[in-house]
Design a protein around this ligand. Structure first.
Ligand code: SF4
Length: 576
């Protein structure tokens, strides 16, 4: 048997998955996705009792029966491989016994029976055993641990045909370029216990597949259930005290500065750690954070995003292969770039119009934000995005829209006295030279670390983008995804801080022409930024509520769905 032929063998467990849901098989075996939920964990735990390496492959007589546990078999002829939980030999008969964590279903007469997907998996084990022994295996046993029921399953012709059909289905699906569609509505009850529910997003995918490019809230089905939690749990731990040291003590992160403990946070309450500049962290603390899948983001002392440390990238190498292929296709990359730029301009324009309207003093003749010359110019650029023939043209349109937007950004800042610290005339950066530009740059840096985490969580390579060019160390895809969130998160936080008088000139320092927030000013920024991310908004396409923080992940997942050919188009998030 060659290494290649071994790779082609189908694990018998895959026959169970493909019968339950062909898409589940594709996501797990072709994409390599595996999520541990309570069902998977429980099943693994229960199987571990059967799967004891000390007893593997060793026949043991127990009264009249010989038991052999964890029997590994493979057959090139059948194209199958698998580990049998138990092989039982009794009264001259030999058969596999497969353990299941669930309870046995019952038939109309109240008799214990079995699920078809379990029977097919068992039948494949019987076929392997038959070939291995060179003698017939006419029946086998399913043991349902939930109800402690033994169900005898005849390996008859009908079941063998179904098993053979499942093998053929796997071969067909594995050779396809796209995953199978989500289960039809009459079978979606199966999705409830599916470990890949939050990744698959069956209802959203079905809606986008049916709607095609003409997707809009009007074509949305009456209800789409939100499978991601509305809010992120736990807090983001921002650590910026220069010279401090983060260690781990029992189940806590402990921050010390000059030998004094200045902070102690239970690990269970943390969902992300952000380190600024010279904040040291112990290897033990890092190891624990990575094991707990809590990302650690690194920013320079001045707030520039440097990178993030997370557990090893997910195993779904196919997503990254598809990412490289899709982004190196100029037409596809341009299509995605247009979606990002459209969403960015639309969101900037919405923020501008909303802000100008809110300043209206005259009830008789309210300000119509859309009449503002900058809003008109932005609408003009927006209308031309679809016609852009290449990235250069698109960059030009985006630049013109940004110039119109920032030409009036100062008017969105309520009430700064002309000549005051919070005047804004133009965007400047690297370094920002005034407080408002310092706030904008700081907000975008925090946003970049969050989009970086979102694309890594989904399994992308964050350094290969479709719009921002590749450059050593530039997290291009994180920057691409960030475009649609700049106005609703980054700019919005800046407006909140300035317009509510939450910062004063004392919260900034200037050095060599560069302006930056003080540590106290940053603390206020972090709080406002996290509050904004926790704000619940209705997803414009799916119609359910979730926080902006969650939407970062949803958009990254929609991008993944487009890249793997699951849905026909990617649409950037546009807020109302
Ligand atoms: S969520 Fe439903 S459609 Fe999606 S993989 Fe799981 S069972 Fe299949």
């Amino acid at each position: 048997m060659t290494a290649d032929s071994q790779i082609d063998l189908i694990p018998v467990r895959a026959l169970n998955q493909v019968t339950y849901c062909p898409r589940l098989y594709w996501l797990e075996y072709v994409e390599g996705l595996m999520v541990i939920n309570e069902y998977v964990e429980d099943g693994t735990l229960k199987h571990s009792r059967v799967d004891d390496p000390k007893t593997a492959n060793r026949p043991r007589r127990e009264r009249e029966t010989i038991h052999t546990r964890s029997v590994s078999l493979a057959s090139e002829q059948l194209g199958l491989t698998g580990k049998l939980d138990l092989v039982e030999e009794k009264d001259g008969a030999i058969y596999p016994v497969e353990y299941k964590r669930s309870s046995a279903p019952t038939n109309a007469d109240g008799q214990a029976t079995c699920w078809e997907n379990d029977a097919i998996q068992l039948c494949a084990q019987g076929l392997l055993l038959e070939e291995h022994l060179g003698r017939p295996v006419p029946e086998a046993v399913l043991y349902y641990m939930g109800s402690k029921t033994r169900v005898r399953v005849p390996l008859d012709v009908a079941l063998r045909e179904k098993t053979s059909a499942a093998i053929t289905l796997i071969r067909t699906i594995a050779a396809a370029d796209q995953p199978p569609a989500p289960l039809p509505p009459d079978l979606t009850y199966r999705c409830n216990g599916c470990s890949l529910l939050t990744i698959c997003q069956p209802e959203e995918t079905r809606f986008l597949q049916v709607a095609g490019e003409a997707v809009s809230p009007e074509t949305r089905p009456a209800t789409i259930s939100c499978v991601l939690p509305e809010l992120d749990e736990g807090a983001v731990l921002y650590l910026q005290e220069q010279g401090s040291y983060v260690g781990k003590r029992s189940e806590h992160l402990v921050v010390n500065l000059q030998g004094q403990e200045i902070n102690r946070v239970p690990l269970a309450a943390v969902r992300q750690v952000v380190l600024f500049g010279k904040v040291q962290i112990s290897t033990q603390a890092l190891e624990t954070l990575v094991q707990l899948e809590i990302p650690v983001a690194l920013l320079s002392r001045y707030g520039r995003f440097i990178g993030a440390l997370m557990s090893a990238p997910s195993k779904n190498i196919m997503l990254r292969v598809n990412q490289y292929q899709t982004f190196s296709d100029p037409a596809k990359a341009l299509g995605l770039a247009k979606a990002a730029v459209k969403a960015k301009i639309a969101n900037q324009r919405t923020l501008l119009m909303r802000s100008l309207r809110s300043q209206s003093q005259d009830e008789e003749d309210p300000i119509r934000g859309s009449d503002d010359p900058a809003a008109i110019e932005m609408a003009r650029m927006l209308a031309r995005v679809d016609e852009a023939s290449d990235t250069g043209v698109l960059l030009g349109l985006e630049g013109q829209a940004a110039s119109a937007y920032f030409s009036v950004f100062g008017r969105m800042l309520h009430g700064p006295v002309p000549g005051s610290a919070f005047d804004f005339y133009a965007r400047n950066r690297r370094p920002p030279r005034d407080p408002v530009n310092a706030l904008l740059s700081f907000g975008y840096a925090l946003l970049a670390k969050d989009t970086f985490s979102a694309v890594l969580t989904v399994g992308f390579d964050p350094y290969l983008g479709f719009y921002h060019g590749s450059k050593h160390g530039r997290p291009s895809l994180a920057l691409d995804l960030m475009e649609e969130f700049r106005a609703p998160i980054g700019d919005s936080v800046v407006l909140t801080l300035v317009n509510n008088g939450m910062l004063t000139t004392a919260d900034f320092v200037e050095w060599n022409g560069a302006c930056q927030l003080t540590e106290a000013g940053r603390r206020t920024f972090f709080e406002t930024y996290e509050r904004r991310k926790a704000t619940l908004v209705t997803h414009p396409l799916f119609g359910y509520k979730m926080s902006y923080g969650r939407m970062l992940e949803v958009q990254a997942r929609l991008l993944a769905a487009y890249i793997r050919g699951d849905v026909p188009a990617y649409q950037g998030l546009t807020v109302r």
